[in-house]
Ligand binder design. Structure first.
Ligand code: NAP
Length: 346
């Protein structure tokens, strides 16, 4: 077969604050690939089906010398992230042609040659559940859902009747946390940035749901608290309010601080309350919990999603050319559900 287009999304410059589609990332169609003859070098060739666009992308859009828990995107090369692809040729018996692969570093291109890493269990063959779309496997049944499930199990020490507060409660992490907390018998307070998201949080069981842009978080927590568990996705003034209105022995699960990803973190004044209130603070990184809970997660969560016992919402866009806009939408809070990009049908 003659070479065909192998479109991709390049990381082209470090954003000053928010990412700029077409400038910090560029959709590029100049690359071609001969899928019959491209050398595999012991690896395997995939056709990319779905890609996840996540908040942590902003942290990877940095100068390479800036240290972080994740690697920076190499300038001038394709972005990469969580995704699902169909294996179309293989020289690796663990990843045979015809199967589907899930992994954390799928290049944002239509086709890619991958190689397995014997030291990591984060890329693996994944079986499709006939009741779930592939998009779910990069969202609630993928990394964000795993973060919620695994860290809630590991750190929440939740007890029936306690009060949990969840920020970014309408996203894939927060919405899973709300539902896990309800299943454990907690009263749940949750916030998000639009009235539509507030409705979704109520629909999935939040007892108190509010729009933090139009309602003062401090007033809600003063009235409905004190809280026993705070799941923090945002940092900043919402974290500060949670510190103020937490109960003694409050547990803080620090998952992310998106309010500071683009313009810097502001607003933490109440950390001094950590010792009089004996607050425990757990920092979460999914890859430190993944191996411990991987089998349990896949045995438990996809069936709960397929049966509708746990609900989820997706914001699906189509085509690699949309990735730049989706990255910005997630940072600005314009995604309404898990942001996923369908690159190709099977
Ligand atoms: P998401 O909800 O799909 O998207 C991000 C959301 O963040 C936006 O929709 C927006 O929702 C909110 N946001 C943006 N700017 C904000 C601001 N200035 N203040 C408050 N909220 C803001 O995201 P997700 O995938 O569920 O991730 C949620 C958090 O978990 C993020 O902080 C992410 O970095 C973190 N995370 C951490 C790990 C880990 O291993 N530690 C793994 C996965 C995710 P609103 O409309 O509600 O503002």
């Amino acid at each position: 077969m003659a070479p065909i287009r192998n479109a991709r999304v390049l990381f082209s410059s470090v954003p000053k604050d928010f990412p700029v589609p077409g400038e910090t990332t560029v959709y590029d169609t100049s690359q071609t690939i001969d899928i019959d003859t491209v050398p595999l070098n012991g690896g395997f060739l995939i056709k990319t089906l779905v890609l996840s666009v996540d908040p942590y992308f902003r942290g990877r859009m940095r100068e390479p010398e800036a240290e972080s828990y994740s690697s920076s995107f190499p300038l001038g090369e394709s972005l990469d992230g969580y995704g699902v692809g169909k294996i179309i040729r293989s020289e690796d018996s663990a990843f045979p042609a015809g199967k589907y692969v899930y992994g954390p570093s799928l290049p944002h291109q239509e086709y890619s040659v991958l190689s397995s890493n014997p030291d990591s269990d984060m890329m693996f063959i994944i079986e499709k559940d006939p009741k779930l779309p592939w998009t779910a496997f990069v969202g609630v049944a993928g990394m964000p859902g795993q973060t919620a499930y695994m860290a809630w199990k590991e750190y929440s020490n939740a007890k029936k009747g306690e009060i949990a507060f969840v920020s970014t409660g309408a996203g894939p992490v927060g919405s899973m946390v709300i539902q896990l907390a309800k299943r454990d018998g907690l009263r749940v307070i949750a916030c998000a940035g639009s009235d539509e998201k507030v409705k979704f949080m109520k629909d999935i069981g939040a007892d108190i749901a509010f729009n933090y842009k139009t309602t003062d978080t401090r007033e809600v927590l003063k009235k409905e608290g004190p809280i026993d568990i705070y799941w923090d996705n945002v940092g900043g003034v919402i974290l500060d309010a949670a510190l103020e209105f937490t109960a003694v022995y409050g547990r803080f699960l620090i998952c992310g601080m998106i309010s500071g990803y683009n313009t810097g973190l502001k607003g933490i004044k109440n950390l001094a309350l950590a010792y009089p209130k004996s607050i425990t603070l757990h920092g979460i990184l999914i890859f430190r919990l993944f191996s411990k809970y991987k089998d349990e997660f896949y045995a438990t969560v996809p069936p709960l999603l397929a049966s509708g016992e746990i609900k989820y919402k997706e914001d699906v866009s189509r085509g690699l050319e949309t990735v730049g806009d989706v990255i910005l939408a997630v940072q600005e809070g314009r995604n309404n559900g898990k942001a996923v990009v369908i690159v190709a049908e099977e």
